[in-house]
Design a binder for this molecule. Structure first.
Ligand code: NAD
Ligand code: UGA
Length: 456
């Protein structure tokens, strides 16, 4: 079949793989190829055992793979035939040298930019899909124009706002699609081409265009604002615990103000995920580079508050369980950084597990989708894993809810209580359980930002 456009994405991770699958489903007239250096990952995209878990993704892949969606390790070949190249490679926090622990590590996109310059065969639109520091497009343009062999490249910024666990829905029905470009006629034509691609399924009024630096900065700002809301409610949760206020009631009252809004006000043991911390630290680093030290400090506190909240969760466990966890068995309900994903990058569960082990607790981890990643994250540590929450809880002194999986709401807690050592504790790091009911069963219950319900 002859396709009207050849679209490729370099980097087939959570964003690249899922985004290309949805573009392929919505644009049957386009040939879509997701490429990656990681051959195992590509093999899994081509198998029944996809490399990531996302609700609804299996169906989209089944409907498109082999028809107009392809996964490949032939990156140069794919670049050569592409009209539009999305770049969705990793941009992790730098772990060495200048900016270590703060700045975004740009080595992967730099390699990608060079390869695009070398392997392109015609004029090409290059779309930044990864989250990059502001003004990355400028560097990409310079690399491409240096390698230029008479070809013209237009660089656009089209940051991705999907959240894991709802990625397919977020891509199919986005709140907005943001496309940043330069002002010249060729750049605007490239922008219009990308707008037209999204118009295949996104209403035009939801496709927002802006200058390229605004688009790059909007992505960092959006993540900073979202994380800030979580840190704000978590800060209030600590105050609630001192004053007998209830954080759920406070969040409801605050969130009913239309100007504030109700979403993202669930107090928790802390936010996780591959991006919030990394993107805020990148923002903080950039602000410092521009001499904006107060601005940098302001955003840095969002991350510091999150560290405080994670520490507080384990401290509460320690204090409640008579200041010693040595030899006690603790079942962690959930390891993923949020429900409906198997992703464990920056999950608070890692900090909790490590701190419990430092207290010589004996921990068992259960999670419906994240055990493969949990085993890798805690490799070499004395931890037990179980697919079955009942098995994980049996013989334990405490259950700690770390991930907000729906299934934990509906377990038979009477059965769990019977199987545990007494006194039995529940630490609900997500406030998803029925605390009163658990207390009636006999548990000592410690929610986040609420008065604990204890029998002594
Ligand atoms: P990921 O680690 O799952 O995927 C990145 C992929 O890029 C990996 O498979 C890696 O092998 C590949 N890669 C690295 N260097 C390469 C190269 N030179 N050539 C080809 N492939 C290469 O990461 P992700 O979660 O998909 O995130 C990708 C980008 O999207 C990041 O910048 C992230 O901040 C941003 N983002 C992520 C999310 C999310 O929910 N995960 C949401 C929005 C934006
Ligand atoms: C987040 C953003 O929501 C996306 O818009 C963005 O595209 C993405 O980061 C990214 O750039 O990677 P994600 O990290 O997948 O998406 O998940 P979120 O739903 O934002 O949750 C992040 C963390 O905050 C999770 O650990 C979650 O449990 C926690 N959270 C969220 C709370 O503790 N309370 C809340 O009210 C909301």
């Amino acid at each position: 079949m002859k396709f009207e456009k050849n679209i490729i994405c370099i980097g087939s991770g959570y964003v690249g793989g899922t985004t290309m699958a949805v573009i392929a489903a919505k644009c049957p007239h386009c040939r879509v190829t997701a490429v990656d250096v990681d051959a195992d990952r590509i093999a899994r995209w081509n198998s029944e055992n996809l490399p990531i878990y996302e609700p609804g993704l299996d169906d989209v892949i089944r409907a498109t793979r082999g028809k107009n969606l392809f996964f490949s390790t032939d990156i140069e070949g794919a670049i050569g035939g592409a009209d539009i190249i999305f770049v969705s490679v990793s941009t992790p926090t730098k772990s060495f040298g200048e900016g270590e622990g703060m700045a975004a590590d740009l080595q992967y996109w730099e390699k990608t930019a060079r390869l695009i310059g070398e392997a392109a065969r015609g004029d090409t639109i290059v779309v930044e899909k990864s989250t990059f520091p502001v003004r990355t497009a400028f560097a990409m343009e310079r690399i491409l124009s240096t390698i230029n062999r008479g070809l013209r490249f237009q660089v656009l910024s089209n940051p991705e706002f999907l959240a894991e666990g709802t990625a397919v829905r977020d891509l199919e029905e986005p709140d907005r699609v943001l496309i940043g470009s330069r002002e010249g006629p060729e750049a605007l034509a490239a922008r219009d081409e990308l707008v037209a691609l999204y118009e295949n399924w996104v209403p035009r009024e939801r496709i927002v265009t802006s200058n390229i630096w605004s688009a790059e900065l909007s992505k960092l700002a959006a993540n900073a604002f979202l994380a800030q809301r979580v840190s704000s409610i978590n800060a209030i949760s600590a105050f609630c615990e001192k004053t007998e206020a209830d954080v759920t009631e406070v969040a409801r009252a605050v969130g009913m103000d239309n100007r504030i809004g109700a979403k993202f006000l669930n107090a928790s043991l802390g936010f996780g995920g591959s991006c919030f911390k990394k993107d805020i630290l990148s923002l903080v680093y950039l602000c410092r580079c521009y001499g904006l030290n107060e601005v940098a400090e302001y955003w840095n506190w969002v991350v510091r508050m999150n560290e405080y909240q994670k520490n507080r969760f384990v401290q509460t466990m320690l204090t409640a369980m008579f200041n010693t966890l040595a030899g006690k068995k603790v079942a962690l309900f959930g390891f993923a950084f949020k429900a409906d994903t198997g992703d464990t990058r920056e999950t608070p569960a890692i900090d909790v597990a490590r701190r419990l082990l430092a207290e010589h607790a004996d921990i068992t981890i259960t999670d419906p989708k994240a055990l493969e990643n949990a085993r890798r994250d805690l490799h070499g540590l004395p931890v037990t894993f179980s697919h079955d929450p009942y098995e994980a809880a049996a013989g334990s002194d405490a259950v700690a809810v770390v991930t907000d999986w729906n299934l934990y709401r509906t377990l038979d807690y009477e059965k769990i209580f019977e199987s545990m050592n007494k006194p039995a504790f529940v630490f609900d790091g997500r406030n998803i359980l029925d605390h009163k009911r658990l207390f009636e069963i006999g548990f000592n219950v410690y929610p986040i930002g609420k008065v604990p319900l204890v029998h002594f």
